[in-house]
Write a new protein. Sequence first.
Length: 663
Amino acid sequence: HKKMGITARGAWEGVKRHFRELGKDIQHQAFTVVGVGDMSGDVFGNGMLLSRQIRLLGAFDHRHVFIDPNPDPDASWKERRRLFDLPRSSWADYDAALISEGGGIWDRRSKTIPLSPQVQKLLGLKGATAAPSDVMQAMLRLDVELLWFGGIGTYVKSGDESHADAGDRANDALRIGADELRCRVVGEGANLGMTQRARIEAGLRGVRLNTDFIDNSAGVDTSDHEVNIKILLNLAIAGGALAPGERDDLLVAMTDEVADLVIFDNYRQNLAISLMRALSIDRIGAKQHFVRWLEQQGLLDRQLEFLPSEEEFNERRARGLGLTRPELAVLLAYSKIHAYNSLLDSAVPEDPYLSKELALYFPTPLRERFANEMQAHPLRREIIATQVTNSMVNRMGATFVLRMQEDTGQSVAEVAKAYTIAREVLRARELWAEIDRLGDSVDFHRQIDLLLRIWNLMRNMTRWLLNAPGAASDIAQSVERYTGGFEQLLQVLPRAVSKADAVQFQNENRALQSLGYSEAFAQIISQLPALVAAFDIIEVAFELDCQVERAAKAYFSIGEQLHLKWLAEQIEKLPVEGRWHAHARGVLRDELYAQHRALTAQALRRCSKPKQDPLQAWAEGRESALSYTQTMFGEMHALVSMDYPTVSVGVRRLSQLVAIGAA
């Protein structure tokens, strides 16, 4: 792993993400670092070579203290590289001639360390000398951009923890409180650089950080891949599909791709936490409910995980604070455990469509060559359950699965199947890949906004499939049923929606392409607001055996005349205080879409002439019912804001209209 540098590279994904959110590209802009560790160590050594822009002001390990008050990024990077390549090196091997004025390397066992004016200024210490423990403590408190943990020890505790709580007696003399941290970002490549309570306190104070189990997960992930690949190759050898002599060469040839698969997983986990963080303030009630539910199921001890109590949740809500990244990381982990165990106990891993996910776990050279052996892999079910869980929870957040279960009464297995169908029909993986492709060249807030828009549509599509009887029972069948209609809808939407919406689509499309996004991506993203109705429109086309374009034109024309798009927007704006509000809003949304679809089908059935307006055709002999509805919706439109009872009256009136049409 040291040769691959995989743990450090995984943790670096988190560091890059934090800086990105601060508007800094650390691969191209210089930044200051202080660290724990030395260049012979896997995590510290590899990490401190991952950007040539690093200005390492100081570091310490169990042997030495290294301080360089004004480093030259290029010269110091080359010297760190030399030390990294030197077997069993220590800071004592660093070329002192390359250290800036006033800096140096000292043995930790020295009684005192001399303080040059430069070091005094850097560390904020007075006096000609200081004890090594005081110097190291001052280094941890440095006003610096990145604090990089690559060595053993717990160096930061929370304000209400004792040193004994930190459980690392060797470093009691160095440890600081989270309120003393002045770094902007923490990278925790090593285990337990901070206590969890210290992470949370630092997060609440504005420090950007994850947890150690997120930052250093790449090492474990790589080991899992290696074990599963070796099992597969042994099966291939046993079956005569691979010569024993080829095995080791094949393993070496795949090292880089395995690393890429693992690093991408770190990237996605960091992005998942950023998405959850973006929604954390508005949706803190959903997080609170999820924690409560996990406790009720006996799956979580919130005190053990240092998650907020009910009072703390309420206090955070009142103060407009969400959860910190370290807390969200814990929820992400618990959500994955719950989903994974449920999927493993279901028939989902047997679904033939998901054998694709099994192939995607392995590097490309193995996918086609050993497809048969993959089906015989003893951990086949576990790999598929892991892949499906990661895709769903990383992309949709920790509370998604439970919310879908509670809103629709379906199992985790059904939620996973519905999510997969929605992802495939929308070609969401291509959309996500396009967002990743442009990466840092697009503003972070813009990137999160695009991801949230896809998230919102994916949520609505998944929910629709779960509410439609049998729609999520067979993945392949549903993907085939809806993909063609979805593609047709994309082509005809600009002609089917109102002129104002068509112009808006066009402007958004141009704006996205000007940022460098592909034409196909810009087309789908610009039309996302209208694609919420995709499944309903496709079903109307099936029901009436008509073209998707005809169904779409009727659907949007009726929506325009009855202000239904506006009504849907009012439903989205309803305040959510707790689970039942969220549920009520979801029910209103579902009901509005269902009645809109039913009215569209009724209108098209009565439409005998090609150019006839569907709603006018429906209204023949029912003019007063339509007129009454339009007056009511017109009056609602004039209101400054809507509440649950008013919206309910509007949705109820639409269902009465459908009942009149069915009579």
